[in-house]
Ligand binder design. Structure first.
Ligand code: ADP
Ligand code: ASP
Ligand code: MG
Length: 414
C-alpha cells in the first residue's frame, strides 16, 4: 500500500461542483488501495476577500490577527471536501495545521516550518481515514496560528510528504504542469517534462507562482519528487527532481517576471569611502531586503546609487533614504514603482556562452530598455519598465524556446 500526498489549489476547490469533482478523484485513488493525505487551499479568491476586509478596517493590521483570519479560508475547504467524501461513502477526516503538528517560527504571515510532528496523521491513516489537511496553516511554539506566506499550501504538502516518508508529492492546479513561461501570458508556452530543483527554485523565487518557492526548498532538502499536474485536464504534468543524467539539456528552462519591485535612487551622493556602507546599514537595520544594486560612474566627486526593494517596502525605504541623504549631503531621493524584473533561468547557462548577450539583444530589438542587470550561475535578471513585462516574457520565450527539443506545447489551461 502506497502513501500518496496530493495538494489541490484554490481554483481546484473554487466552488461546490469542483469540490465534488476533487472528492471523486480522491475516491478513485483510495479505491486503488492507497493511503491518502489530501492538502487543500482556500477556495479561489477567499484569501484575498478576507485580506481586503482586514485592510478596510485598518491600514496596519497585526500579523497575528491576519494569520488568525486567513487560516479560516483553508479550514472551510477541508470541512467541505471531507463532507463531499462522506457523501460518496468514504471515511475521511479534516485536520488543521495545528492538528497535524506543523510547528513554525513566529514570523506571522510568512512563517517557516521548523518541524512537523506527523504522529497524528499516521494514526489517522492507520485507522483507515483519508486525511484532508488544511494547507498554509501552522502553529507557533507559543500556540498562535501562523500562515506560511501566499501560495504556502504547496509547502504544507511537500513538508508532509517529507515528514511521513511518502515517495512523492502530487500538486494539482489549473495548468497542465510547469511551462517554460506562464501560460496565461504565453498561451503557446512549452510544457517541461522535468525540471531540476535548482531551476524550479529560481523560477519560483523570481515570480513563477505555480509552486511556492519554499516547497521546492523542502523538496530538494528531503529529496521529495514533486509532480505538478492539471486537476481537471489530465496530461503528463511536470516532474520536479534532482538533476539527473539524461534529463533534457536546455540552455534556458524558464522565463518569468516579478512585479513586486521598486527602485530607489539616491542622487548626487558624495563619492567617498563608507557612504555605501551607511546607506545599506540603514536599510538593513529596518529589515528591508535589497535585491539589485547599481552605482553610477562618479562625476565631479558625486555619484548616483540605485537599488531595488519589494514594493511593500518602497515608501518607507524612500523616507529612510531622504533622512540619510540630508546627513550624508546627497542631493535627492527618487522612487520608481513602475518597474518589473524579467528573468531567464537555466542550469545549461553554466556551459553556454553568449546567453546574456542574446537576452539583451532580444530585449533591445523590441525597443525595451534595460535599467539594471543581475546574474547568478543559473539566471539572468533585468529590470525594465512595467508596461513591457508581458511582451518581454513572450519574446524571450520565443528566443530561447528554439533551443529546446520539441515536447508538450499544449498549454492546458483547463
Ligand atoms: P493554485 O491555486 O493551484 O495553487 P496558483 O495560481 O498558485 O494555483 O498557480 C498556478 C498558476 O501559476 C497558473 O495559473 C499560471 O498562470 C501561473 N504560472 C506562472 N508561471 C508559470 C509557469 N512557468 N508554469 C505554469 N504556471 C505558471
Ligand atoms: N490560500 C493561500 C493563498 O491564497 C495559500 C495557498 O493557496 O496556497 O495564498
Ligand atoms: Mg498556489
Amino acid at each position: 500500500m502506497a502513501l500518496v500526498i496530493q495538494k489541490y489549489g484554490g481554483t481546484s476547490v473554487g466552488n461546490l461542483k469542483k469540490i465534488r469533482e476533487v472528492a471523486k478523484r480522491v475516491a478513485e485513488r483510495a479505491d486503488q488501495g492507497d493511503q491518502l493525505v489530501v492538502v487543500v487551499s482556500a477556495m479561489e479568491g477567499e484569501t484575498d476577500r478576507l485580506l481586503e476586509m482586514a485592510y478596510e478596517l485598518t491600514d496596519q493590521p497585526e500579523g497575528r490577527e491576519i494569520d488568525q483570519l486567513l487560516a479560516n479560508g483553508e479550514s472551510i475547504s477541508i470541512s467541505l471536501l471531507t463532507l463531499a467524501l462522506h457523501s460518496l461513502g468514504y471515511k475521511a477526516k479534516s485536520l488543521t495545521g495545528r492538528q497535524v503538528g506543523i510547528i513554525t517560527d513566529t514570523h506571522h504571515t510568512n512563517a517557516r516550518i521548523i518541524r512537523v510532528d506527523a504522529d497524528k496523521i499516521r494514526r489517522t491513516l492507520e485507522e483507515g481515514f483519508i486525511c484532508v489537511v488544511a494547507g498554509f496553516q501552522g502553529m507557533s511554539p507559543s500556540d498562535d496560528v501562523t500562515t506560511l506566506g501566499r501560495g504556502g499550501s504547496d509547502t504544507t504538502a511537500v513538508a508532509l510528504a517529507a515528514a511521513t516518508g511518502a515517495e512523492a508529492c502530487e500538486i494539482y492546479t489549473d495548468v497542465g504542469g510547469v511551462y517554460m513561461a506562464d501560460p496565461s501570458v504565453v498561451p503557446e508556452a512549452r510544457r517541461l517534462e522535468a525540471i531540476a530543483y535548482d531551476e524550479m527554485l529560481e523560477l519560483a523565487s523570481l515570480g513563477a507562482k505555480v509552486l511556492h518557492a519554499r516547497s521546492v526548498e523542502f523538496a530538494k532538502r528531503y529529496g521529495v519528487p514533486i509532480f505538478v499536474k492539471s486537476t481537471f485536464g489530465g496530461g503528463q504534468g511536470t516532474m520536479v527532481v534532482e538533476k539527473q543524467p539524461g534529463m533534457e539539456e536546455v540552455t534556458v528552462a524558464g522565463v518569468t517576471s516579478s512585479k513586486d519591485q521598486a527602485k530607489v535612487t539616491i542622487l548626487g551622493v558624495p563619492d567617498r569611502p563608507g557612504v555605501a556602507a551607511l546607506i545599506f546599514e540603514a536599510v538593513a537595520e529596518h529589515h528591508v531586503v535589497v535585491d539589485m544594486i547599481v552605482q553610477n560612474v562618479s562625476e565631479d566627486g558625486l555619484t548616483d546609487i540605485s537599488f531595488t526593494v519589494s514594493r511593500n517596502d518602497a515608501v518607507r525605504t524612500q523616507e529612510l533614504m531622504r533622512k540619510l541623504a540630508e546627513e550624508i549631503g546627497a542631493r535627492d531621493v527618487s522612487l520608481d514603482t513602475g518597474i518589473v524584473k524579467v528573468s531567464i533561468v537555466g542550469a545549461g547557462m553554466r556551459s553556454a556562452p553568449g546567453v546574456a548577450a542574446r537576452m539583451f539583444r532580444t530585449l533591445a530589438d523590441e525597443g525595451i530598455n534595460i535599467m539594471m542587470i543581475s546574474t547568478s550561475e543559473i539566471k539572468i535578471s533585468c529590470i525594465i519598465e512595467e508596461q513591457h513585462a508581458d511582451p518581454a516574457v513572450r519574446i524571450l520565450h520565443k528566443a530561447f524556446e528554439e533551443d529546446a527539443p520539441a515536447i508538450g506545447g499544449e498549454a492546458d489551461t483547463s
